[in-house]
Write a protein that binds this ligand. Structure first.
Ligand code: UD1
Length: 416
C-alpha cells in the first residue's frame, strides 16, 4: 500500500520533462512478439504494467532486458503461445498479446485480461475483428483459445473506435495474407505510434492518424530502434495539478497539440497556456472559472483519461461545470472521495456536476483506479491542511515518479 501525503496550498513552479508513454509502450511490447525481431526501445517508462508486459515476453521465450530507460528485446526465440493467467490478470493491455500471438503462431491461449475497474470492459470488438481476419477463437469461461488459424486480409468495420480493438486488429492484420482495411479505427496518437513501430519492423500500413487504416502485409526486418512517445496523460496530470493550485510550469518533451482539447478547457477556465516547440508553459493564479459543459470522446476529443484530472482542477472554480463521461460507464469513482475534501460534486448516471467551492480542506481519501487516484493527489495539493491518499499501487501503474515531479515543482508531498 502506498500512502500519499500532501500539505496543500503551495503554487507549482518550475520545469519538468514528460515521461515515456505507458499506453504507447504496451502495444509496442506486444508487437515485438509479432515477428522474429531484435528491438532496442528507449524512454521506456518504469511502470508496473510495462514490467508485466516484459514478463509476458520472457514467459513466451523472448529475451527482454532493461538498462535504465532502455529495453532490449529479442523475440527470435519465441517458443510458446500461451500466456499464464497470473500475467494476464495484471493489466488490461495483456489482451494485445492475442493479436500478436495469433499473427506470429496462428494460435494462442490466454485468459481474460485485468486492468482498472471503470465498469464493464468487454473485448467483443477485439474478438470480432480477429475472427474477421480468420482467427478461430473459442471462449471458455475465463479462457480464450485461438485454434490454429490462417489469417487473410479483409475489411473490418469497428462500430466504435476502441483503442485496444484497433491495436489488436492492426497487429493481426500485419500477419495476414493480403490487404486489410480497418474502418472506424481509433485515432489516438498511441495507435500511430504502434503503426510507426510496425512500419519500422517491415509492415506496410497507410492511413496513419485517420480512421481508415490500410494494412498490406509484412516484409520483415531484423532490427528496430525506437524511442517511446511522450505520455500525454502524464503531461495532462501536471497541467491540471498546476491549474488547480496555481503556478507557472513548463512541461517539456511532448507535443502539446495531443492534449489540445484539455488545454482548451484549462484556457477557458482562466489559465494562460503558451504552446512551446517541445511542450508548453502554463500559468494559473487565483480561482479558475467553471467551463460549462465537458464531454469525453475518442481522440481528438476530450480524453476520458483526463476527465478525473480536469474535475480535480475545477473543484475550486467559480460557477458550475457539467461533465458527461461517454467512454466508460463507471468513471466517476474519484468523485465521492473528492467530496471528502469539501468539493461539491453531484452525480447522475453519466453526468457529474461540479459546483466550485471557495476552499477545500485536507482529508483521507482512497484511490481505486489510476487516473482517479492521480486526480485525488492533484486535488489534495489545492486543499488546505494535510491530505492522505491510500492507494494499492494504482497510481504507480501510470506514473514513473509523480511525487518526485510534483516535489520538484514545489509541492509538499511525500509517500510512506
Ligand atoms: C485505452 C487506454 C485507456 C483509455 C481508453 C480510452 C491503453 C492501455 N489504455 O483503453 O487508458 O482510457 O483507451 O481512451 O491504451 N469496448 C467494448 N468492446 C470492446 C472494446 C471496448 O465495448 O471490445 C468499450 C469499452 O468498454 C469502453 C470503450 O469501448 O467503454 C473504450 O474502450 P477502448 O477504447 O477499447 O479502451 P482500452 O483500449 O481498454
Amino acid at each position: 500500500m502506498d500512502i500519499w501525503h500532501m500539505r496543500g496550498g503551495r503554487r507549482l513552479e518550475g520545469e519538468r520533462r514528460i515521461q515515456g508513454s505507458k499506453n504507447a509502450t504496451l502495444p509496442i511490447l506486444a508487437a515485438a512478439a509479432l515477428t522474429p525481431l531484435r528491438c532496442e526501445l528507449y524512454r521506456v517508462p518504469r511502470l508496473r504494467d510495462v514490467e508485466a508486459a516484459l514478463r509476458i515476453l520472457r514467459c513466451l521465450g523472448c529475451r527482454a532486458e532493461r538498462d535504465g530507460d532502455a529495453v532490449a528485446i529479442d523475440s527470435t526465440a519465441l517458443s510458446g503461445c500461451c500466456v499464464p493467467q497470473e500475467l494476464m490478470r495484471e493489466m488490461r493491455s495483456s489482451v494485445l498479446f492475442l493479436g500478436a500471438l495469433i499473427g506470429r503462431c496462428g494460435e494462442a491461449k490466454l485468459s481474460l485480461p485485468g486492468g482498472c475497474k471503470l465498469g464493464k470492459r468487454p473485448i467483443d470488438l477485439h474478438l470480432d475483428a480477429l475472427r474477421r481476419l480468420g482467427a478461430r477463437i473459442e471462449e471458455d469461461g475465463a479462457e480464450l483459445r485461438c485454434l490454429p488459424s490462417r489469417l487473410r486480409g479483409c475489411e473490418i468495420v469497428l462500430p466504435f473506435p476502441s483503442v485496444g480493438a484497433t491495436e489488436n486488429a492492426l497487429l493481426a492484420a500485419c500477419a495476414a495474407k493480403g490487404e486489410s482495411v480497418l474502418h472506424g479505427a481509433a485515432r489516438e496518437p498511441e495507435i500511430t505510434a504502434l503503426a510507426e513501430f510496425l512500419i519500422a519492423a517491415g509492415a506496410r500500413i497507410r492511413g496513419l492518424g485517420t480512421d481508415t487504416l490500410y494494412i498490406d502485409g509484412f516484409c520483415p526486418r531484423r532490427t528496430v530502434r525506437r524511442r517511446m512517445a511522450p505520455d500525454r496523460i502524464a503531461a495532462a496530470t501536471l497541467a491540471c495539478a498546476a491549474a488547480g493550485v496555481g503556478g507557472d510550469v513548463r512541461l517539456r518533451g511532448f507535443e502539446s497539440g495531443e492534449i489540445s482539447s484539455l488545454l482548451h478547457f484549462l484556457n477557458e477556465a482562466g489559465c494562460d497556456i503558451i504552446p512551446q516547440s517541445d511542450g508548453l508553459r502554463l500559468r494559473a493564479g487565483g480561482r479558475l472559472r467553471a467551463v460549462g459543459r465537458v464531454r469525453t470522446a475518442p481522440y481528438p476529443g476530450f480524453a476520458t483519461d483526463a476527465q478525473p484530472l480536469l474535475m480535480a482542477a475545477l473543484l475550486r472554480s467559480e460557477g458550475r461545470t457539467l461533465i458527461c463521461e461517454t467512454i466508460f460507464e463507471d468513471r466517476f469513482r474519484q468523485a465521492p472521495e473528492l467530496r471528502r475534501l469539501g468539493a461539491d460534486i453531484r452525480l447522475g448516471g453519466r453526468l457529474a456536476e461540479i459546483r466550485g467551492v471557495e476552499a477545500l480542506h485536507g482529508a483521507a481519501l482512497c484511490a481505486s483506479d489510476l487516473r482517479g487516484g492521480a486526480a485525488m493527489v492533484c486535488a489534495g495539493l489545492a486543499a488546505e491542511g494535510e491530505t492522505v491518499v491510500f492507494d494499492e499501487g494504482h497510481i504507480r501503474r501510470g506514473y514513473e515518479d509523480l511525487d518526485g515531479d510534483l516535489r520538484a515543482l514545489g509541492a509538499e508531498i511525500w509517500l510512506t
